[in-house]
Design a protein around this ligand. Sequence first.
Ligand code: BTN
Length: 266
Amino acid sequence: MPSSIIRKINGLLKTEHLGKVIHYFDEVESTNTTLFELALKGASEGTSVIADAQTQGKGRLGRTWVSPGGHNLYLSVLLRPGVGASESTLLTLVSSIAVYECLKKTGIQYPAIKWPNDILIDKKKIAGVLTEMEPKGDRADFVVVGIGVNVNMSRAVINREMGDFARHVTSVSENLGKEVDRAKLAADLLRELEEWYNTMKMRGKPAILKEWTQRWGGLNEKVRVSIEGLEVFEGIAQGIDENGHLLIKRENGEITEVISGDISFI
Ligand code: BTN
């Protein structure tokens, strides 16, 4: 995505704060890492970093986010929500809702959120969210919201880039049958994120938990939980608690709270 695209994003942007300052790079290690450094130096809320390619894109649980140039959106947005450190996990839910809504508005019909922050189409991953927080006492000094969207990767590119994982991955263009403008998608995503961030601030946690659950594809689904690659247990997904932790009903009727892990549908 050449830097002229940033001018295009600015022209399309309909936000009050988010994305008003955008730093664009042809290639960075990770947009989250770059923005984190800017945040430590005092960057203001809404400052964003976009890169065409990432050499060390970060995924959840220490994984790599495969980030080839020329196809996708790698976006990080700085928020200074002034909330307690534990409340900051709510921003992951807020961001997943924003990505979900943005994808729907491209014309994609059936996105679903997979706990905690994957966006899937037909059980294939199209986008992911990685939030990273800097604590200050018991508050969050700032939160970097990193969003990766597979935008214009064809099946051939997905197969080439994702290897064994390719069958679990899809892209916006694969679903729509046409490529989409990454600059417009970025502008739309920033707007959607601002809208849901404002919703969180105005309507609070219960509203976000409810909105997230409505878009979640897992309610009452039978799932297998694995933690650090080990298969741990199976059960029926019941919902999330007020900390965003997943609640699973085990065969004996007990409810287990999953704080971090991987869920597969069975
Ligand atoms: C996941 O699903 O595991 C989260 C993936 C998050 C990827 C995005 S791409 C932009 C930002 N920069 C990163 O290094 N990671 C996030």
